[in-house]
Design a protein around this ligand. Sequence first.
Ligand code: FES
Length: 120
Amino acid sequence: EQITIHFNLNGKDVTVSADPNKRLVDFLREDMGMTSVKEGCGEGECGACTIIYNGKAVTSCLMLAVQCGYCTPGMVLSAKALLDKKPDATNEEIKRAMSGNLCRCTGYAKIIEAVETARD
Ligand code: FES
């Protein structure tokens, strides 16, 4: 199943339909024609597939074409545990409480914002 995604690719705003289960390295090479992105190990070890994603260098062989949602249940429970105990947690406390949950899509800013919204 394809979904529509919007993003900025090297300075150009792009809207395309994409398979959310496709690895980002494959999406960029096959769908976007960005063959400058290279796959080496395919396991996040060699760095050949590195891209800059929201200002951070990330390995595109470990990411899916869209935010994958794999971390969401764990994130939600960490947020619930914090807000049950401390409904008025500060932004700093929220960041600390969520720091044990990893997101391989590096979507941390939006996740933290969502917990702040839930608190407010
Ligand atoms: Fe080696 Fe992605 S291909 S880290």
